[in-house]
Design a protein around this ligand. Structure first.
Ligand code: PMP
Length: 285
């Protein structure tokens, strides 16, 4: 696989970054994951915009322009022959000469930029989407700026492991009695013809897929309510689902051992997935 590191396209085994890189020592980095369908990028503009915001909230800068970033994404997709898959991008505050809590001077320390692709044939026609996901609920123990897409992913990773140990597929995190989001996705319930999801704030990541799905709700003849909901309300919902760039729209069929409806993926979530894939393919670049 060819990867991109600081201006160079290299075979992955030749790619190297410093042990003093701030992302390695302090998780001082931000990332984006953009999906690829039919060899084209899904919602690149949305991801580029969120990246800019993450960088600016952390007083970091991008070493490349958005046009250059698009070019790098496309070049990696081309060189690695990706038809369906993902492009991972990470920008860090760089590698000063030593470990120090104080941010390095941006005049002397260049940010690090790394991109690689993940080949995922069958991403759209996923068996998981036909089966639906089993979810457990866990306490949300992350920091308070979840709107910034940082590489601090230890708690979400632990959450996935808790789910796995419980025989489930993923965990929804709960804070002050209300669902925030999934470990790596936004969380929704459906009651009647209404999609209910937590409103945007610093408590959750502002999902690019979330924005698209809420835009497409009208096309599915559905209403949207952005508000808090508890895990108990979720267990009594007609349907539930999650969204992310890598899972698109994925139905949830069970929460903490309680089956939703008849325990199979709901028709509305399935329809939203269809519309999302169709519209995204049309708009891909
Ligand atoms: N919330 C969290 C915590 C995530 O990690 C992700 C995926 N990175 C999302 C939501 C979904 O965001 P997107 O639709 O932009 O992939």
């Amino acid at each position: 696989r060819t990867v991109y590191v600081n201006g160079e396209y290299l075979p992955e085994h030749e790619a190297k970054i410093s042990i003093f890189d701030r992302a390695f020592l302090m998780a001082d980095g931000v990332y984006e994951v953009t999906s690829v369908l039919d060899g084209k990028l899904i919602d690149f503009a949305g991801h580029a915009k969120r990246l800019e915001r993450s960088l600016s909230e952390l007083d970091m800068r991008s070493p490349v322009t958005t046009d250059e970033l698009l070019e790098i994404h496309r070049e990696l997709v081309r060189q690695n022959g990706i038809e369906e898959g993902l492009v991972y991008l990470q920008i860090t505050r760089g590698a000063p000469g030593d470990r120090d809590f104080v941010f390095p001077d941006p005049e002397t320390t260049e940010p690090t930029i790394v991109l690689f692709t993940q080949n995922k044939p069958g991403l759209a026609d996923s068996p998981a989407a036909k089966k639906g996901m089993k979810i457990i609920s866990i306490e949300d123990q992350r920091w308070g700026r979840r709107d910034i897409k940082t590489t601090q992913l230890l708690y979400p990773s632990m959450g996935k492991m808790m789910a796995k140990k419980a025989g489930a597929d993923d965990a929804w995190m709960v804070e002050d009695g209300f669902v925030t989001e999934g470990t790596s996705n936004n969380a929704y319930i459906i009651k009647g013809n209404t999609i209910i999801t937590r409103a945007l704030s610093n408590d959750i990541l502002h999902g690019i897929t979330r924005a698209a799905v809420l835009r497409f709700a009208a096309e599915a003849q559905m209403k949207v309510e952005e508000r808090n909901y508890s895990i108990d309300e979720a267990k009594e919902a007609d349907e539930a689902f999650i969204t992310s760039a890598s899972a698109f729209v994925m139905p949830v069929v069970e929460i903490d051992g309680v089956a939703l409806g008849d325990g199979t993926p709901g028709a509305r979530a399935a329809r939203l997935r269809e519309i999302y894939l169709e519209e995204s393919r049309k708009a891909a670049i």
